[in-house]
Design a protein around this ligand. Sequence first.
Ligand code: MRU
Length: 364
Amino acid sequence: MKVDGVAYRSIWRDPSETTVTVVDQTLLPHRFDTLKLMNVADAIDAIKRMVVRGAPLIGVTGAYGYAMALRDDPSDANVDAAFDAINAARPTAVNLRWALEIMRQEVRDLAPDDRAVAAYVTADRLRAEDIETNGAIAEQGARLVREIYEANGRSRPVNILTHCNTGWIACVDWGTALGVVYRAHDDGIPVHVWVDETRPRNQGASLTTWELGSHGVPHTLIVDNAGGHLMQHGQVDICLVGADRVTASGDACNKIGTYLKALAAKDNHVPFYVVLPGSTIDWGMQDGVAEIEIEERASDEVTHISGVAGDGSIVKVRLAPKGTKVGNPAFDVTPARLVTGLVTERGVAPASREGLRALYPEKG
Ligand code: MRU
């Protein structure tokens, strides 16, 4: 995707270097800046502070972090120690563990001196595959949007409600739910996106609006609580959200607030689709509500808010009284029964064990 006419991806590596560069998402939309990750500690810090965020991008960043760890210490002990350290950076998005498992598998049986080169090759491959996968997801999902457009007699734009940020900045390129939007828009289907602000970190207000604006997609920012009202009044044709972990039975864990949108969608007969790559499926889990670890983040994400001051500086101000007790679960789980379908790179499946197995038969 382009920023001020320049083509960017969210993470990249100069082949002659062993460091990687990322877009610093903590500064957007006020400032576009990049950050060089020099070593594994930088990669872990970037994931924890959400300089990089979004399930697919966390996975690719973790893969490069692992390569940098083996560059600096390719010992047998570090093959597991680096895995554990990176995997602990954020607990909910399974893409991190997925990427690290592939990385470890590739290097484990190699001689220590050969591990770093193999790790970089694998991380570069995961990065390239992410772009390809998201392109395929976008194509699958755009068909749904087109169907709605046709069903409405091509009379008006398709109104899409989305939550959090699932765009190119959350992946390497394209995005998941937002990738579908880009593809539909680029294919000439008129769309309009309702963007949830996504408290507390406001990924919708800060990142999704910035992305959609840069790409010329019509959109309107709404507070998180407005979605149900809009659905009651027929102003939402389809909900498209991403996921951080989907269980083998189709329960979908995503940014906090997604579950409430799914409830409102069900009550108002609005189709609710979860858009994800196969790497987001945790085949070892069945019951998302009971089994998925929900990340609890720092209280100042709730008590404070960041924005740009009159002089252009980015400032953080307090909203709540000092010392207010805070709960900050970062994700919730939408049970499969509330999900109309799962949009993947291999097609659209019912949110069920059978639906997922039909798309990924190799998973048994
Ligand atoms: O806490 P975040 O910003 O990393 O959460 C991101 C989300 O919840 C996204 O919806 C999800 O990762 C899908 S991204 C393509």
